[in-house]
Design a protein around this ligand. Sequence first.
Ligand code: ZN
Length: 306
Amino acid sequence: MARNGIHHVTAIAGDARRNLDFYARTLGLRLVKKTVNFDDPGTYHLYFGDAAGAPGTILTFFPWAHAATGRAGAGELAETMFRIPRASIGYWTVRLIAQGAERSERFGEPVLTFRDPDGMRLALVGVPGVEAEAAWDNGEIPQEHAIRGFHGVSLMLGDAARTGAVLSVFGFAAAGQEGDTSRFRVDGTALGGIVDLRTVGGFLPARMGRGSVHHLAFRAADDAVQAAMAQRLATEHGLHTTEQKDRDYFRSVYFREPGGVLFEIATDVPGFAVDEDAAALGTALKLPRFLQPRRAAIEAVLPTLA
Ligand code: ZN
């Protein structure tokens, strides 16, 4: 079984309730974990995904109510793409009309681009065959139209060549060119198996803020695979990762790729069912062990979500 590809995407949002409403209701993703930013526990960390919270479906947010709006530019993850059944483009065009949805085509696939309430750039891509895959039922969106995890992501870079080389460490290989965009793909991985690198010489650097992606995480099956990837980054690319951090649901190392985007390598283990029942994912506020003595103080400062 292929274990390469995108693990998760983490972004910065504004209001937490608005973020939850948009992703859980409008887009129909499952809230699979409600926790806090381990480095800033007065802030939520909300994880959205498929029914099981599988790697390749996870979009996470730090909602900071007063965050300044980000500025698009070079050196950032510019667009996050989800998979939908090809026949569902029409359904979503109508559903996302208020989000400014626009239809186009890329690499022979129908694409619907739009923005979330904080200005984050998103796309739904019509993919043949995905209608047979199981989908989360949010009680509002017919399951036949539901999102089936990530299609991929698109990075805007001043120079894509070195970033493309780094992607090989995570199992990606060049898979085509369209205009100024080079597509990289993991062979045999349907979920989150695509990274598009768009070369945009002359753009100002992006400025991180509300609506920006904070980092992009790639999958490693376990600690040994992660360590081997980190070793390859050092020996083949001169890139050094941080020490491993325990994020409770996966273990992570981080590094800045040559184009300026923060990359992470996250393990598939242990997953989101480690501290609550799979049927109850996302229903209770979960805290890492080191923050549990502070639960009352943390709950007092977090905004109410429902
Ligand atoms: Zn992460």
